[in-house]
Design a protein around this ligand. Structure first.
Ligand code: NAD
Length: 328
């Protein structure tokens, strides 16, 4: 199948693209190569996908382009049968500083994709939504009926884009599914996230820095489970017009996570503490009942297994990955 992956040089889109190519699909990636973390990580991702294509029946094409640019979107969406829309400005804190940019990329960029897709023969759009759409928890774990009251401009932009997609699926004959990812981690992950920071600092004999008192909890999802959920949507017509949580079903206090990484890498280190940001979520925890029902989704990694796997990957790729993480 001819598949367009937006944001496919990034962490999640890159892993989805590589797996699609390995399975023999023809993948086109569009990514503007935004430099908010070191671009060499994205170049490694593009190279890994190209290498995978040489050993598979699939093909891989990379196009540098912006989803805000209508002409680019028209050309690429016009050639696609299926779209994984992963492009976006991620990160809660930067969205507080630049809310309009988040709106332009995450909302208007998504509308460009939707408007073009409904005029073309696109089978389905799978959208990268976020647990940030929920905001303050009224109860946990979050199921998809939980009220959506995001506390950050980022969460607001993801919710707006997701709702546009679901409404297009109602009013136009366009299949759209939003996957609400709960903090994703694993090989080639973004440098500016808690797990990367903890691992990188501990590897270098530096204390892990915890924001707030570390009692906030997170549901961390290993990248392979996120990729599997996305690929399951290729096979099936289920979940049209729906949002579906993709999490691990497990959650862990940030302090405990930092401790697990510290104990694995350098048990002598003490913690450091810094201020917590008001836009950061206090607790996230996913109910994945809908994903189980619609996609046969079953998370395969709990946080300790996933982090151990990530630490192994980090050690094996330290030579190229670490300088880039530390520069970002
Ligand atoms: N990583 C997570 O924990 C997480 C959690 C929930 C949701 N998400 C969502 O998943 C998607 C992928 O996240 P990620 O962690 O891989 O982030 P990422 O930053 O690694 O990937 C996003 C990619 O989109 C590209 N991009 C940004 N603006 C663009 C534009 N205007 N046009 C084209 N490309 C553009 C960037 O260059 C980047 O390569 C994002 O939409 C994010 O909001 C991520």
């Amino acid at each position: 199948m001819q598949i367009l992956v937006t944001g496919g040089a990034g962490f999640i889109g890159g892993n989805i693209s590589q797996q699609l190519v390995a399975q023999g699909h023809d993948v086109t990636v569009v990514d503007m190569m935004h430099p908010y973390y070191d671009l060499s990580i994205k170049r490694h991702t593009i190279e890994a996908c190209r290498e995978t294509a040489t050993g598979s029946d699939g093909s891989y094409e990379f196009v540098e382009g912006d989803v805000r640019d209508e002409a680019t979107v028209e050309t690429l969406v016009g050639e696609a049968e299926f779209i994984y829309h992963q492009a976006g400005r991620a990160g809660v804190r930067d969205s507080v500083a630049e809310p309009r940019v988040y709106d332009e990329v995450n909302v208007e960029g998504t509308l460009n994709i939707l408007d073009t897709a409904r005029e073309n023969d696109v089978k389905r759009i799978v959208y990268a939504s976020s647990s940030s759409v929920y905001g303050k928890p009224e109860y946990l774990p979050y199921d998809e009926q939980h009220p959506t009251t995001p506390v950050s401009p980022y969460g607001a932009s993801k919710l707006a884009a997701e709702r546009y997609g679901c409404s297009y699926s109602e009013v136009y004959d366009l299949s759209f599914v939003a996957l609400r990812y709960f903090t994703v981690y694993g090989p080639r992950m973004r440098p500016n996230m808690a797990i990367t920071n903890f691992v990188s600092r501990c590897m270098n004999g530096e204390s892990p820095v915890i924001y707030g008192d570390g009692t906030q909890t997170r549901d961390f999802t290993y990248i392979d489970d996120v990729v599997s959920a996305n690929l399951a949507l290729l096979e099936t017509d289920v979940a049209d017009g729906e949002a579906v949580n993709i999490g691990s079903t497990d959650n862990i206090e940030i302090r405990e996570l930092a401790g697990a990484i510290r104990d694995e890498v350098d048990p002598e280190l003490e913690f450091e503490f810094d201020d917590r940001h008001a836009a950061d979520a206090e607790h996230t925890h996913a109910s994945v009942d809908r994903a189980r029902d619609r996609l046969d989704y079953e998370p395969t990694y709990d946080i300790r297994e996933g982090v151990a796997q990530f630490i192994d990957w980090y050690r094996a790729n330290r030579e190229w990955y670490e300088p880039l993480v530390r520069a970002s």
